[in-house]
Design a protein around this ligand. Structure first.
Ligand code: PNS
Length: 160
């Protein structure tokens, strides 16, 4: 049984994340989508429990995918969930520098292997930060987030 951890902020989950999760679920027996957060820092746009709930909603029907939250180092999350490897998506060359640095540090610190999956071309421009900005100005986020959570995300971030 091969288990892969897909870590991130998921603040909120986007169609870009969903592309990586769906493809990872075909390549591995189990995918654990791990929300990594820093317990001593302020929460992101969405509290961790809301991010979990949005992910669970979006992932409904993907039977070999689980959601978990981890408040520490990525290498500790890998140990805690017994994952064989970590997977991350690569959108652009800007991602490459960051992901290579993280992959090398996680290998050095904990012997963790990171697999980098090329994002689907139709998702490379999507980011959670863009989704938040569009929603906060009242724009349409439907092209960027799973349909089942679109209304909830828009309502939670709606302009004052
Ligand atoms: O979705 P993001 O924000 O690109 O995800 C980044 C994340 C959460 C995967 C990364 O910041 C992380 O692994 N944080 C945990 C802390 C850690 O282990 N840092 C050192 C190695 S990168």
């Amino acid at each position: 049984m091969r288990t892969v951890l897909y870590p991130g902020s998921f603040d909120p989950v986007t169609n870009g994340h969903m592309d990586i999760i769906r493809r990872a679920a075909k390549a591995f027996d189990t995918v654990i989508v791990g929300i990594l957060y820093n317990p001593s820092k302020p929460a992101g746009a969405f509290p961790v429990d809301v991010r979990i709930s949005l992910l669970e909603n979006a992932l409904s029907g993907l039977d070999n995918v689980q959601v978990a939250a981890f408040g520490g180092l990525l290498i500790e999350a890998v140990q805690a969930c017994g994952a064989d490897a970590v997977i991350r998506g690569l959108r652009t060359t800007a991602d490459v520098e960051i992901e290579l640095q993280m992959a090398r540090i996680n290998h050095e610190l904990g012997g963790v292997e990171t697999l980098l999956m090329a994002a689907a071309p139709e998702t490379v421009h999507i980011s959670a930060s863009m989704v938040r900005e569009i929603a906060r100005f009242g724009g349409d986020i439907a092209p960027y987030v799973p349909p089942s959570i679109c209304k909830q995300v828009a309502a939670l971030l709606k302009p004052l």
